[in-house]
Design a protein around this ligand. Sequence first.
Ligand SMILES: Cc1ncc(COP(=O)(O)O)c(C=O)c1O
Length: 398
Amino acid sequence: MTPSFICEYPSDLSLKKLRQQFPVTGYKIYLNHAGCSPYSSYVKKALDDYIDESYGVVVEDYNKNLSVREDLRSLIARLINADPDHVGFVKNTSSGLSLLASGLEWHAGDRIILADCEFPSNIYPFLNLERQGVAVDFIPGRKKLNGFIDIDSIQSLITEKTRLISLSFVEFSNGYRNDLQAIGDLCKQYNLIFCVDGIQGIGSLPIDVQSCNIHFISCATHKWLMGPQGIAFIYIHPDLLNKIFMTQVGWLSVKGAWNFFDYRLDLLDDARRFEIGTENWLGIYGSLASVKLLMELGIENIEKHILQLTENLINGLTELGLKTISSTNDKHRSGIVSFVFPGSRHNRILKLFESLNQNKIITALRDNCIRISPHCYNTAEEMDLVIQAVKRFTESNQ
Ligand SMILES: Cc1ncc(COP(=O)(O)O)c(C=O)c1O
């Protein structure tokens, strides 16, 4: 049951009304959701209410907390087409990926496939296995394919020693949306574990763990899921659960956790065993509010909206002579689009980034490119303002 203080969202939410729920729209054109999302008024209210209770007369309503956590678990499960028992909460994307990498049983000679264009959270947990004799093969996305990842280059790395592939849903620097379906099929064909870092896609693009044969996801909520920082969800395929050794356990990992002096290490039968101690309740409350909003809006609608905004940017900025380094193939597009000036030095793009900032247009600099990442409440008019600001810059900085 939904706790009463988390607001119900109007089902007729128009873009105008939606923008009113994001006060940041009154201050700037915020286009860095691939970095960190602003809080909506719904998230703020959920956090405020929790704080008011802790600050005031209630202090702690543990049963309510548990029920909010289970509501969030159910929503996340729906979002990715999984069973709620296969969803758990951890601190961040990195800790989720790390619990998988360090918990599987590895043998010297085992191999893992990663990509050379990934955010380091999806690299270090696997490189850390080198001392156990595990080797990493890198897909040469960055080196050879403009930061894109194709299926043939993955397939050519698979050997009989390969055990796992870990990739992002969406690549953080250029927004390349990996073909999870095709990669999942490949993993099925070769009997490989398929791990996905979901943080740059989930919340803005649909994902289905079942049809894509995904075994594991780790995904924090503060980017496209628009929740607070310091909380992430993991998804674990039921066949994988008992193959992950618990490198960390705590009092809440076990059945009968409240029988304090019954020290049997009898692990919970589901992904909740990874919630080893007291939860980040603020993270849980805030994420429930943000995920509810996104699901109310509909992930397919959000995807359509965002892809239209990024298409406007690609067209407008290309006309001004900028070069998009993101894929323009619909299958591989996402909420992230990145640009450079063709052939020019980093200095010029840095100046443009600063100039946009001065015009209260917030983007990010990644890999010597400007990365723009709009979300559900941004508008086509805002994209026009970005294009006009870039035009003014190019005219005055030839
Ligand atoms: C693809 C990707 N994975 C992981 C992270 C970091 O995740 P966390 O800080 O939740 O561990 C980021 C960015 O911050 C990212 O872009």
